[in-house]
Design a protein around this ligand. Structure first.
Ligand SMILES: [Zn+2]
Length: 451
């Protein structure tokens, strides 16, 4: 699976180079598409963890996810997930700028701006439908927590836009906290000033011409001045750590390799200072050009520099699987899973390769392990449905289908398959209970939408 886009299935050609899947709540609004990749998320986690810790948040609970959107924005809609558009990551020039984005969003969480929004949301008549969508998504996901609902929102809906917009007072307080987090994490707070400079001058533009980041985080000259004053008073001597510099280059390298054209990547990879990152970027570009031989040579080169790197092995598995070399892909993913045994994206990819290789029973083990660690991955649910069907476990297959539809907001379909699963599964068993949860959520959804 490796790097993949999480979008509406309907718009995707069957033979797409990137893995795709649906994970949106099918509200009329366009869903937030996510870019999922274990390597990119690993680097992002490393860069974010010290900031989140400084903000008093648990880096194991708060996730940073990348939105499949080239415009500049970052936002939080619950206390567990920070969303950053890939456009903003590609636009940031230093690890510190990205870390400033994370610090600012973490401050919105820590300072209670989101909790206040959630309670406003429930009372706002204009967005009454959204509150229900939240509940349904959370129930369907089989767990509480608002993070599951994150996928339910559409970035283009006006309800979401007003939900995301912070007040100037909130912005000032988030900046102040962000500067403190950066400093206590040993990160140069100059990143915050540099981040503001990206948007400088946009306050005079009409809303339609502003970057979405400006609309959700109104920037004023006062904020820039305050950030500069903080840096002047607290120093900007902190150097980028060698580790941060490497993982930032690696993350941006892979992200741009998948979001920009292969020719763009091949033109620039030569000036990449880290040889393994250069080879990884080239591997992706060659793969997207359907040049399997060159792609394998490049990724094997990267692996020669970092032997056993599970994330490079995952990319190798993706290249092989998408080139229909299923047994070689299985071998690469097996090694990757050995090196990163608790990474759901790698386990899911391994399961998918096993399924493609005609080993549904072995696939089930990996897919269930992936689902346990990340119940929101619709692609894993789809593969699970197939693996259960191929091994003759029809009740479990129906349950997986029901849960996937629920995750996608197709509540009518979810309800149908949940009823079917309930009839096939042993009454009172944990899977039967899960099927009941979906059936009840679907019923409630039906009632509300008929009102
Ligand atoms: Zn803000």
């Amino acid at each position: 699976m490796g790097f993949h886009r999480v979008v509406r299935a309907a718009s995707i050609p069957a033979a797409c180079l990137l893995w795709v899947m649906t994970a949106c709540l099918a509200t009329p609004a366009a869903a937030i598409g996510l870019l999922r990749d274990p390597d990119i998320e690993m680097s992002l986690t490393r860069l974010s963890a010290p900031i989140l810790q400084a903000a008093g948040l648990n880096p194991k609970r708060v996730r940073v996810l990348i939105v499949d959107d080239g415009s500049l924005n970052a936002f939080v809609i619950d206390n567990q997930t920070i969303f950053v558009h890939y456009g903003l990551i590609n636009r940031a020039d230093t690890p510190e700028q990205l870390q400033a984005v994370i610090a600012h969003e973490a401050a919105h969480i820590s300072n209670g701006h989101i909790a206040r929004r959630m309670s406003n949301l429930k009372s706002a008549r204009t967005v009454s439908g959204l509150g229900l969508a939240l509940a349904v998504a959370a129930a369907a996901a089989g767990a509480g927590g608002d993070a599951a609902a994150g996928l339910a929102f559409g970035t283009s809906s006006s309800a979401l836009r007003s939900f995301l917009a912070h007040t100037r007072a909130e912005e000032a307080s988030a900046d102040q906290s962000a500067a403190r987090y950066l400093r206590s994490a040993g990160v140069n707070p100059q990143g915050l000033v540099d981040l503001h400079e990206i948007f400088r001058g946009q306050e005079v533009l009409s809303q339609g011409r502003q970057d979405p980041y400006m609309r959700s985080h109104p920037l004023t000259t006062d904020r820039i001045r305050a950030a500069k004053a903080y840096v002047a008073a607290n120093g900007n001597n902190a150097q980028t750590s060698a580790e941060d510099a490497y993982f930032y280059a690696r993350m941006r390298g892979k992200l741009t390799a998948f979001t920009r054209s292969p020719s763009w990547t091949l033109r620039r990879a030569g000036s990449e200072p880290y040889p393994d990152v250069r080879l990884m970027r080239e591997a992706v570009a060659h793969h997207r050009n359907s040049n399997l031989r060159a792609a394998l040579k490049a990724i094997d080169g990267a692996l020669a520099i970092r032997p056993g790197d599970p994330y490079y092995l995952d990319l190798k598995g993706q290249i092989l699987l998408e080139s229909r070399q299923t047994s070689a892909a299985v071998a690469a993913y097996a090694q990757a899973a050995k090196g990163a045994p608790s990474e759901p994206l790698i386990l899911g990819a391994y399961g998918r390769a096993l399924l493609a290789d005609g080993q549904p029973r072995a696939a089930l083990t990996q897919l269930e392990a992936a689902r346990t660690r990340d119940f929101r991955d619709a692609r894993v649910l789809r593969d699970l449905g197939q693996a259960y069907a191929e091994t003759g476990q029809n009740g479990m297959a129906s349950l997986a289908v029901a849960e996937r539809y629920a995750l996608q907001g197709r509540m009518k379909d979810a309800g149908y398959h949940a009823e079917r699963a309930s009839g096939l599964l042993p009454r009172g068993s944990p899977p039967w209970q899960r099927a009941q949860d979906v059936a009840v959520a679907a019923e409630q959804y039906e009632k509300r939408s008929n009102r």
